[in-house]
Write a protein that binds this ligand. Structure first.
Ligand SMILES: Cc1cc2nc3c(=O)[nH]c(=O)nc-3n(C[C@H](O)[C@H](O)[C@H](O)COP(=O)(O)OP(=O)(O)OC[C@H]3O[C@@H](n4cnc5c(N)ncnc54)[C@H](O)[C@@H]3O)c2cc1C
Length: 365
């Protein structure tokens, strides 16, 4: 009998698997794709945010701040790149400056290091900023990673610790028995004492296999254009607009590979089929970016891609044990800042929920 089955090798499942294998030998990870980190974790901005954006008293704020503090060491431990490039939030008018004041205040409360710059100070640091901008909030702790590489490194190291990873093996059904779960995949049947559901865009469907669904996922699409490396880059920092109700807005993001991203937009959709990215969306993103940053080399466009944010109505992460099915844990609705939060979620949930669950299950046997 397997002690713990983790479903999904995105950044969440992979890091949970890795953390569990440090303390339990008999942990198995199941992923329907060939490799780790190919779904939501492979289609995003890859930013370790500073932690000032999420609303107070949310899991998003808690884990973003914890994750940001531990990321550099965690990336070293996993032998995956981490680069603290820093970020500017750019205000274009007086209204947006008021929003920067609020963000600055929140940063102070959360003890996140930020610096406020005038137009001239900001332009001396990033000369390609649009000269019409008014003010900037500098967030020097903001960093970038490669989430697909981090996920596969976490799986690799989890396997080195004694865990087992099953790729191209999809969970099809889960039946709760008195003392264990019976799990059927496209390749076989397994028994496990604990299940940890980290199935990203499918996490509600997986939870519904064992009992009444406690949440339903909604999807918000985000499209990007990818620019080939430019030397020197138009901006060495991430450039954010002032955030809106729909999220962080269209960004300029230098990536670990040297390429740059412009995006994402945010469109609520009913499914997560990757329809072609229309030129009209791209033109809209370019015009938003041009208000913040001039001279973006759009002629270097080499690719476009789309990511889907799995969301819930509460607008926060769902991290719980199923209320009617003990020992079945779900980590879902992990939209941004899921990348920034992953190491903190994995460590915290392992130690406060899953391992105590395993101990309790073993005592009941
Ligand atoms: C446009 C966009 C921009 C973003 N930008 C950022 C950012 O800059 N910073 C940040 O912190 N966060 C960002 N995020 C959020 C971040 O990408 C997610 O929070 C994170 O990747 C979620 O990881 P996950 O492991 O939960 O999901 P996933 O990566 O989707 O992993 C779930 C895995 O489960 C597997 N699976 C599903 N069903 C089954 C099954 N039945 N059997 C076996 N395997 C199964 C899937 O194949 C998949 O690999 C962004 C998201 C989007 C969409």
């Amino acid at each position: 009998m397997i002690d713990i089955i983790v479903i999904g090798a995105g950044i969440i499942g992979s890091t949970v698997f890795y953390e569990l294998t440090k303390q339990v030998k008999n942990v198995h990870l199941f992923e329907k794709n060939k490799e780790a980190g190919l779904e939501v974790s492979g289609h995003n901005s890859a930013i370790v945010h500073s932690g000032i954006d999420p609303h107070s008293n949310t899991l998003k704020a808690k884990y973003n701040l914890m994750g940001q503090a531990m990321y550099e060491d965690y990336a070293k431990e996993l032998e995956t790149p981490f680069k603290r490039v820093g970020a500017f939030v750019v205000a274009k008018d007086i209204e947006e400056c008021k929003h920067l004041d609020l963000l600055e205040e929140r940063a102070k409360q959360r003890q996140v290091h930020v610096v406020r710059y005038s137009n001239q100070e900001a332009l001396s640091l990033e000369p390609n900023l649009n000269p019409d901008i008014i003010s900037v909030l500098d967030m020097p702790t903001t960093a970038i990673i490669d989430p697909t590489h981090l996920s596969s490194q976490a799986v690799k190291k989890g396997v080195m610790n004694g865990g087992e990873a099953h790729f191209e093996e999809m969970i099809i059904s889960i039946e709760p028995k008195l003392q264990y779960f019976e799990v059927e995949t496209n390749k076989g049947t397994y028994q496990a004492k604990i299940i940890v559901n980290c199935a990203g865009l499918y996490a509600d469907k997986i939870e519904a296999l064992v009992g009444d669904a406690t949440f339903t996922l909604k999807y918000r699409k985000g499209e990007y254009i990818v620019l080939s490396p430019q030397n020197p880059p138009v901006s060495s920092r991430i450039i954010y607009p002032v955030p809106s109700l729909l999220g962080k807005g269209v960004l300029y993001v230098p990536t670990i590979s040297g390429r740059a991203l412009v995006g994402p937009n945010a469109v609520d959709v009913d499914d997560f089929n990757p329809h072609p990215i229309l030129d009209v969306s791209v033109e809209d993103m370019k015009s938003k970016m041009n208000q913040l940053l001039s001279n973006v080399p759009y002629e270097l466009e080499i690719d476009r891609f789309v990511g889907f944010r799995p969301r819930v109505d509460s607008d926060d992460f769902v991290i719980h044990e199923h209320p009617d099915v003990p020992y079945f844990f779900t980590l879902a609705g992990i939209e941004s800042p899921g990348i920034a939060s992953a190491p903190a979620i994995a460590k915290d949930i392992t130690n406060t929920m899953i391992l105590p669950g395993l101990t309790s299950r073993l005592q009941g046997l």
